[in-house]
Design a protein around this ligand. Structure first.
Ligand SMILES: [Ca+2]
Ligand SMILES: [Ca+2]
Ligand SMILES: [Ca+2]
Ligand SMILES: [Ca+2]
Length: 232
């Protein structure tokens, strides 16, 4: 099985190093937010919340600490790293990358080909929006419950967690007894470590106008769930 990288660890490591080394400067118009530069790229960091966009603002945000905190993105391609608190993250339009951390997180992605790394436990609601979005569920999210809304054909879920611990990521990591449809008729997929995700609007069987899904193992040895058009 191939490992799928996550932006979260890199973002937190860079932010903490900048803080520890005194390389951050306060952002004039945002109390509690400071910025640092890495490889010529400006990043805002805060324990209490960040707004991107507007004149002279960075495109990237790293939440540190464990307090509940929110991030408002903009129409640029934002990289937004959540923390282990409850986060409301609105990435807006653009091709955005978001990681959740632990906590009960609400992620809104807007238009663009977005990616979300689900990398901590908690209850997540992720609104996909337009574009071909990629969702990666990591082993660190064991036991998490995610609801995906606003799905479109072309959206994909990748499971980067060996849920049953047999050294492979494949269909044996899916708990078939808890996989099927929920009370609303939407698809729910549960892994053997208790991680589950609901695909809102995705139905099992050919219903007019409904989305469907394909599940299998890709060439990298990772379990995939692809959203498809039932009528295509
Ligand atoms: Ca954006
Ligand atoms: Ca977006
Ligand atoms: Ca979080
Ligand atoms: Ca999107």
């Amino acid at each position: 099985m191939a490992t799928i990288n996550n932006i979260s660890e890199v973002g937190h490591t860079l932010a903490q190093a900048a803080i520890d080394n005194g390389q951050t400067t306060p952002v004039a118009d945002q109390p509690g937010v400071s910025e640092f530069t890495v490889g010529g790229v400006r990043v805002f960091t805060s324990e209490s919340g960040i707004t991107l966009g507007g004149a002279n603002h960075a495109d990237h945000a790293v939440l540190t600490g464990t307090a509940n905190a929110n991030v408002q993105g903009d129409a640029h391609d934002n990289l937004i790293v959540g923390n282990d608190g409850n986060n409301d993250i609105d990435a807006g339009n653009g091709d955005d990358q978001v990681s959740t951390g632990a906590g009960d997180d609400n992620i809104t992605l807007g238009a663009g080909d977005d990616r979300v790394d689900i990398d901590g436990p908690g209850t997540k609601v992720i609104d996909s929006g337009e574009g071909d979005d990629l969702f990666v569920i990591h082993a660190s999210a064991a036991g998490s419950q995610t609801t995906f809304t606003g799905l479109n054909p072309g959206d994909k879920v990748r499971i980067n967690a060996d849920a049953n611990g047999d050294g492979k990521i494949d269909l044996n990591d899916v708990d078939m007894t808890k996989t099927g449809t929920d009370a609303n008729g939407d698809t729910i997929i549960t892994l053997t470590d208790g991680t589950s995700f609901t695909l809102e609007g995705v139905k099992v069987g050919p219903f007019d106008g409904a989305l469907q899904y394909e599940i299998g193992t890709d060439e990298d040895g990772n379990l995939f769930v692809d959203i498809t058009d039932a009528n295509a």
